[in-house]
Design a protein. Structure first.
Length: 190
């Protein structure tokens, strides 16, 4: 038993440096994994924009989410109300169609190559901060036919690029108020 304990101690003494080296290697690998995650996230979010005479020109790249990107740029630029329009190539869209009888939306999703034929919307000051409202029309190919979908835009992810123009309201502020139909919001002029 004493001999067995000595053999185990010798084995532990011999393998301990290997254990420490492996532990260090695992820590390095975890750090590399974190660095790779950050780099991939940066590669996916490479949007650029310029402000030319008060009008914002925004370019989005693969992986960027359109609505949150527009909102981010407006917040960075201090834009409280604006209108925007754009075109692009996307791979995921979530749209809705308003049901006035219920005051709700019927939501639907589409994935694959989606040409952003038209994007139109606005940002206005809401009770709890900026409120974005957008509509989109997208085309796609199905069974060698070109089809269109469109409606109230809830989410849109870029596949190729998206090019968006943001025009801030000048000389005033557009807010929001409840519309005459339940579930709707309309412009409220200051």
């Amino acid at each position: 038993s004493k001999e067995k304990a000595q053999k185990e101690k010798k084995l532990l003494d011999e393998t301990y440096p290997i254990f420490i080296a492996l532990k260090g290697l695992m820590a390095i690998l975890r750090e590399l994994e974190i660095v790779n995650y950050i780099l991939e996230k940066q590669r996916r979010h490479t949007m650029e924009y310029r402000n030319y005479n008060g009008i914002i020109y925004l370019r989005l790249d693969k992986g960027d989410e359109v609505l949150s990107s527009i909102t981010d740029v407006c917040q960075k630029e201090g834009i409280r109300s604006c209108i925007f329009s754009g075109i692009g190539g996307c791979d995921y869209a979530k749209l809705g169609t308003f049901r006035p009888e219920q005051g709700t939306y019927a939501n639907y999703e589409k994935s694959g190559m989606l040409e952003l034929v038209s994007l139109n919307g606005d940002i206005k000051e809401g009770g709890k901060g900026p409120l974005i409202h957008a509509h989109a029309c997208l085309s796609y190919e199905e069974n060698e036919e070109i089809k269109l979908i469109g409606g109230h835009l809830l989410a849109l992810r870029v596949l190729v690029t998206a090019e968006i123009e943001i025009r801030p309201v000048v000389g005033g502020l557009i807010k929001t108020k409840d519309g005459q139909i339940a579930g709707t919001k309309v412009w409220d002029f200051e």
